[in-house]
Ligand binder design. Structure first.
Ligand SMILES: *Cc1c(COP(=O)(O)O)cnc(C)c1O
Length: 463
């Protein structure tokens, strides 16, 4: 298995190098050269498998020669052994048609753990024996940061610098990052938005002088290995609801388009999916793009679902590449146009290609709260992100079962949940001293100079 860049200029890489690199050197994102194919028989044979065994089946074709099956199994067993539920990602029934896929049983209570616990172990495995330390830089709208920090804290040969928009993540989210005091963990509060932070991370990779001094890597969902790990739970859930005999739909609370792109990958690999429902909040660039072809960024409106408060959705480029004929040169030009004007039109091929898989919806604050109350009536306390997915699921025009991805534990967003439902969810016992722990982080202006200066003073340069 080899990986190619969406912008067509970077070298083809194997799995190990793609994992360590994150972003491609031409500014594009890596995608597999071809999608592995699973037949109906292959899918039927997953019916009785554990999560870890499902993960091995689904991911083995992607890792090529860089991991043996036994090594992959060992890493999955270790990563998913840290989850607080024996099913790892259990399904919960809401009514005759709606289900929740609970992705929040990992150490930091958000679905990001599913991918990042594995990614942390992959970094360690691939860096064994290497003398060059890895400098991970990332931007987070909340959940990526804590999940990435948990996955690499204290690991040898890795430093992590995590940028979050100051004052725009929940207090639980901030404390989950800033109370990790391991010396290789560096939290930076940026005086700006998530998009500012994400743009700065991209600029660091593209700045030859800066990126040449360090072995930079990314943990944002621009890293292919993260998306790969997320494909697994689409198979795991669909098989439990009757795949390959029945088609299910998935409603996905979407920000950076990583999670739902993994669902698209599952569909391309042969999983029968009726529809992938892209649910956005009022920051609705993806809904506009998929419904009208207008991909134009406005300004970010802060909402109760901060992990979806973005206007530029990095992984959307992967979809545009795959459904638009895999023309790297054309896409590079389209993306350069977007980077200058913050607006572009999808081509007809992109729009019709996406329409074969996706539906989309925009959910406002009132509909979000209503979905939280509806779930509470069935005894399920859900977080604001999940509620946006569920609101879209309930009004989607589909015929089969619908699985809403429950992307965070309700207690991560206790204030918003209390406002909607009248009762405050409690943190699981493993986090109940979070508010007593010491915090450590730097606050910096949202300028490239300030942030790169800070990192350069603390990261280990190439040997
Ligand atoms: C990250 C996140 C999302 C958005 O996922 P993307 O892969 O960026 O689309 C949704 N909900 C929660 C709770 C998240 O942490």
């Amino acid at each position: 298995m080899r990986y190619q860049s969406t912008r067509g200029q970077a070298p083809l890489l194997g799995f190990r190098d793609v994992t360590l690199a994150g972003l491609a050197s031409d500014g594009g994102l890596y995608v597999p050269e071809a999608w592995p194919q699973f037949s109906a028989d292959d899918i039927a044979a997953m019916a009785d498998l554990s999560y870890v065994e499902t993960a091995v089946r689904v991911m083995l074709p992607f890792v090529g020669e860089d991991l043996s099956e036994a090594e992959l199994r060992e890493l999955c067993a270790q990563a998913y052994g840290r989850f607080a539920h024996a099913a790892v990602t259990p399904l919960t029934q809401l009514d005759h048609r709606n289900w929740l896929l609970e992705l929040f049983h990992g150490p930091t209570l958000a679905f990001k753990d599913v991918a990042l616990q594995l990614l942390g172990l992959l970094f360690e495995k691939f860096l064994t024996g290497s003398t060059t330390p890895l400098t991970i830089v990332g931007a987070t709208s909340g959940d990526t940061g804590s999940a990435a920090i948990d996955a690499v804290a204290g690991r040898h040969g890795v430093d992590i610098f995590m940028l979050h928009p100051k004052g725009r993540v929940s207090e639980v989210q901030r404390r989950q990052m800033t109370t990790v005091l391991a010396p290789n963990v560096h939290n930076i509060a940026i005086e700006g938005s998530f998009d500012d932070a994400q743009a700065m991370v991209k600029a660091m990779f593209n700045d030859a002088a800066f990126s040449g001094r360090f072995q930079l890597s990314a943990v944002n969902s621009i890293n292919w290995a993260r998306l790969m790990a997320q494909i697994v739970y689409y198979f795991y859930a669909a098989v439990r609801l009757g795949a390959p005999g029945r088609k299910v739909s998935f409603a996905v609370p979407t920000g950076n388009f990583g999670d739902v792109f993994a669902g698209y990958a599952a569909a391309r690999m042969g999983l029968p999916v009726e529809r992938l429902i892209v649910a956005t909040n009022v920051n609705d660039i993806l809904h506009r793009a998929l419904s009208t072809g207008d991909y134009s960024a406005g300004t970010v409106t802060p909402t109760a679902a901060p992990s979806m408060d973005i206007q530029v959705s990095s992984n959307f480029e992967r979809l545009l590449f795959d459904v638009g004929g895999r023309d790297g040169a054309a896409l590079a030009e389209q993306m350069r146009g977007f980077e200058t004007s913050k607006a572009m039109r999808l081509t007809n091929a992109q729009l019709t290609g996406a329409a074969r898989y996706f539906a989309s919806d925009r959910v406002d604050a009132a509909d979000m709260s209503q979905a939280m109350r509806w779930a509470a009536d069935s005894g399920e306390v859900i977080d604001p992100h999940t509620a946006i997915g569920l609101a879209a699921a309930r009004r989607a025009d589909v015929t089969g079962q619908v699985v809403t991805l429950a992307t965070a534990h309700a207690a991560k967003f206790g204030t918003a949940v209390e406002r909607a439902t009248g009762s405050r969810p409690i943190l699981p016992p493993r986090l109940d001293d979070l508010f007593d722990r010491e915090e450590r982080y730097a606050t910096l202006p949202a300028t490239f100079e300030a942030v790169t200066g800070y990192i350069a003073g603390r990261a280990q340069p190439k040997g």
